[in-house]
Design a protein around this ligand. Structure first.
Ligand SMILES: O=P(O)(O)OC[C@H]1O[C@H](O)[C@H](O)[C@@H](O)[C@@H]1O
Length: 329
């Protein structure tokens, strides 16, 4: 996959079978999916949905083409870092519960169209596999989504091209690049809605959000000034931290490790755990699974929404890493 390939996804559709690559030299576009290195295998996943299994020397991941949804990642010598609900549905057009849903081009319910899907269309549409390559001890997978008759008929009808680069290794790097391909400016929200697998939310501590104002969605959206201590989640939590570019660290003593969520090109961090009552109301989340997950979402929402001029691009990056807890002092 070259940088030229990265910037020029082939074809116009968004289906899984659409071609990618640089053509065969005589102007015709190849008809099959791109050649994949041996470390990347495309096959049926849960529910028969197309899934990439990525086995790098230093890490392993699974990525569904629907939603470009990373459902699994772990460094070779570590347990799963991403939470995936045992009750998740895997079906065409249905959001997967866990992993890293891509929220785009809006976050949460659409502000004016109640029929539009929660968190935008990107997580429920098939993305196109553009290519994959080995890079040292990492494997880089690239997927693409563009406007289509379906998206243009919906709540956000703008021309765009999204490219998602997933670098699998001892760390997981997720880069979402969006380009405005129309003749006017476009504004969108976005989130890499990362579900982290933890031993127990009731003993976990989230650092990096100290003294940061947040919109408290559980309290109806009022803005609250963050405390000076790291956050302990003690009940339903749905906080949109505003104007922050800080790395977040989830210390998880029950899991014996910390997970570090670094970011770039993101001014919003969302912290979510539904707690017991809300979890019981979610059909695709087991009643006690809320204890073993927390979402730390790299985002640009609300006042931090991104506006692109025609031809302009914006990239938002999230990077996950694991730190094992040292021996007790
Ligand atoms: O159930 P979903 O549409 O996947 O949304 C799950 C959650 O996502 C984000 O964290 C939002 O801030 C929450 O308000 C929402 O409940």
């Amino acid at each position: 996959m070259t940088s030229a390939d990265a910037g020029t996804p082939a074809g116009t559709g968004s289906g899984t079978g659409s071609p990618a690559g640089s053509g065969d030299g005589d102007g015709r576009v190849p008809s099959g999916p791109p050649d994949l290195p041996a470390s990347v295998v495309l096959g049926p996943g849960e529910g028969g949905l197309d899934r990439l299994t990525v086995t790098a020397p230093t890490g392993r991941a699974e990525i569904y083409l629907q939603g470009a949804h990373v459902t699994r990642w772990h460094p070779t010598d570590a347990e799963d870092v991403l939470f995936l609900s045992a009750r998740s549905r895997f079906a065409d057009g249905t959001a997967i519960r866990g992993g890293v849903p891509i929220c785009f081009p809006w976050f949460g319910p659409h502000p004016t169209d109640a029929t539009a899907p929660s968190h935008g269309f990107a997580r429920v549409l098939p993305w196109r596999l553009l290519g994959a390559r080995e890079a040292g001890d990492d494997v880089v997978v690239e997927l693409g989504l563009e406007d289509s008759p379906q998206t243009r008929a919906g709540a956000w009808p703008h021309p765009f091209r999204a490219t998602y680069r997933v670098t699998v290794g001892a760390t997981l790097r997720l880069e979402l690049e969006v380009t405005g391909t129309g003749t006017g400016p476009v504004t969108f929200e976005e989130a890499l809605h990362t579900y982290l697998a933890i031993g127990d939310i009731r003993t976990a501590v989230v650092g990096g959000l100290e003294r940061t104002a947040y919109r408290d969605k559980v309290a109806g959206g009022e803005v609250v000034q963050g405390a000076s201590e790291p956050v302990r989640v003690t009940g339903e939590t749905d906080r949109v931290y505003l104007g922050t570019r800080e790395t977040a660290v989830v210390e998880d003593p029950a899991g014996g490790r910390s997970v570090v969520v670094g970011k770039d090109g993101s001014a919003t961090t969302v912290l979510w755990n539904p707690w017991a009552e809300k979890a019981a109301a979610l059909a695709d989340l087991g009643d006690d699974e809320w204890t073993r997950m927390v979402c730390v979402e790299t985002a640009n929402t609300g006042d931090d929404a991104v506006t692109l001029e025609p031809g302009g691009s914006h990239t938002m990056t999230a990077t996950l890493a694991v730190r094992l807890a040292g021996p007790a002092a």
